[in-house]
Design a protein. Structure first.
Length: 297
């Protein structure tokens, strides 16, 4: 097996990359590496102050723009104000197991932010995207189930981890259906996905607040998990390695660590009909559709 590393990354001079959630964690590392390779990197972040702080530590050309994925008006404003070509879109931002909360549009926060926000952003930017769309999922997708009867957890008791798994399964189904549609219209754009493995980032916060058990879990994750730098390698692999459309990149080793490679996914994540149904529902919920015409290959 050929090992992928930072030395394999191409010169990105003249290319523009948009990275959501680029002010911290894996997104910050991804943005920094892309900027170091010569890309103009747009940090699409909810807090521009935090974004500017992150950008100040990065080499090369960076720009900070406000984007709140939990507010479709903000997503539209970002897309409307972005007239440049996008060579690479990295859908990285996300929430993990917060208490029950709603987005500005009334969606359960994880489904609304992790999936619907990125769904809308990608389709709105797609006429300007020329290279690749990378969506960051998680190994937690394997426990996910798309509950079309109650996507927003309005009827059943809320379980934050189950909601997270649903949103991460949705990420993979979105990427698969996006690639199917791109191929159908002859677009050269590729849709790929990645998961960081067990990464000890600030996203990992067990439910239940600050108590001895959660402190112990956090300590365990930090002891065995990957760093932000390690977790970002799968994203960079999905973004820049020679991979096919609908590829899924992840760590190659035990405990969700190791150099990135193409990895498998759950049976549900391979369900083409499920992906089509989710796409249709996502269009209805967001009011955003697959844009036509697109540039053909």
């Amino acid at each position: 097996m050929t090992t992928f590393s930072a030395s394999d990354l191409p010169d990105l001079t003249g290319r523009t990359a948009v990275v959501t959630g680029a002010n911290s964690g894996i997104g910050r590392v991804t943005a920094r590496v892309l900027a170091a390779r010569g890309a103009r990197v747009v940090l699409a972040v909810r807090s521009t102050a935090k974004g500017r702080e992150a950008a100040s530590t990065m080499p090369g050309s960076t720009e900070v723009r406000e984007l709140d994925l939990a507010d479709l008006a903000s997503v539209r404003a970002f897309a409307d104000g972005f007239g440049d070509q996008v060579d690479l879109l990295v859908n990285n931002a996300g929430l993990m197991t917060p208490p029950l909360n709603r987005t500005a549009d009334g969606f359960e926060s994880q489904f609304g932010t992790n999936h619907l926000g990125h769904f809308a952003l990608t389709n709105l930017l797609l006429p300007r995207i020329t290279g690749r769309v990378v969506t960051v999922s998680s190994g937690a997708h394997r426990a996910g189930k798309i509950d079309f009867a109650d996507l927003n957890w309005e009827r059943k008791p809320y379980r934050a981890m189950a909601a997270y798994g649903q949103s991460k399964l949705a990420n993979l189904l979105f990427s698969a259906e996006l690639q199917r549609r791109l191929t159908a219209v002859g677009s050269p754009v590729l849709a790929t996905s990645a998961h960081p493995g067990l990464a000890a980032t600030n996203l990992f916060r067990p439910q239940g607040g600050d108590n001895p058990l959660n402190r112990l879990v956090n300590a365990g994750v930090r002891a065995v998990g990957q760093t932000d730098e390690g977790g970002a390698q799968a994203t960079l692999h999905a973004a820049l390695a020679t991979v096919p459309g609908n590829a899924f990149s992840g760590p190659s080793g035990a405990l969700g660590k190791g150099a990135p490679k193409l990895v498998g996914r759950s049976k549900a994540a391979q369900d083409a009909e499920l992906a089509r149904r989710l796409w249709t529902v996502s269009e209805e919920l967001t009011g955003v559709t697959f844009p036509l015409p697109l540039k053909s290959a």
